[in-house]
Design a protein. Structure first.
Length: 211
């Protein structure tokens, strides 16, 4: 988890989009979690992971059909699935199981890299682009994707990166001149696509509200 990830969660807390109790998936990897900022907001917090460890309250594998038996159904106001979906073979099953735990009007918050170096814990399976989140919500009758907080984390709303019918990934360059100069150089030397067209670290933040 990065500092930008925590800022995204803080912004959701400030907007009242995260209510308790809160369950966070993948809390046992040894890095930052949201426990401190969630509890500082006065909300009850639990963490889960596939193996026992420091800070893990409940051991559960959300890729299995019976993971929900370890939790009270429809109990949670929010489930945080942060930097988890890229590490599983069946992200749809994980997200389905997370949504099954929140009460009506509850939220499932996801942050998932769409461009990122490989980082196996325990495996690194995929990168999910913005269209994946839109398609998931379109195929589920009981969830709504909240457009107002659908973001490239640290860059801004995804809607501001739409050109025509396509979403453009954020540029690594801070000025238009530098970007165009770089594209020209890479085109001339036939190196296009080698890390210069978009930033190397881009993640998608999405909030699903349960109907």
């Amino acid at each position: 988890m990065t500092g930008n990830d925590l800022e995204y969660v803080r912004s959701l807390l400030s907007k009242g989009l995260i209510e308790g109790p809160v369950l966070e998936l993948g809390g046992g990897y040894g890095g930052m979690s949201c426990r401190e900022i969630v509890e500082a907001s006065g909300l009850m917090y639990q963490s889960t992971d596939i193996v026992a460890g420091s800070g893990v309250d409940v051991v559960a594998d959300f890729e299995t059909a019976d993971c929900g038996h370890r939790f009270a159904q429809h109990e949670y106001g929010c489930v945080l699935v942060l930097n988890v979906l890229e590490h599983v073979f069946e992200p749809i099953k994980v997200l389905d199981n997370a949504i099954g735990l929140v009460r009506p009007a509850g939220k499932v918050v996801t942050i998932t890299p769409c461009m990122w170096p490989t980082h196996s814990y325990p495996i690194d399976c995929q990168r999910l682009l913005p269209d994946w989140f839109v398609a998931y919500a379109d195929r589920r009758q009981d969830v709504q994707l909240l457009d107002s907080v659908f973001e490239f984390v640290g860059y801004g709303p995804i809607a501001s990166f739409v050109k025509g019918q396509e979403v453009q990934l954020p540029s690594p360059w801070r000025t238009v001149f530098v970007e165009r100069y770089s594209r020209l150089v890479h085109k001339l030397f036939n190196t296009a696509g080698r890390g210069q067209w978009a930033a190397s670290y881009i993640a998608v933040g999405a909030v699903f509200a349960k109907r």
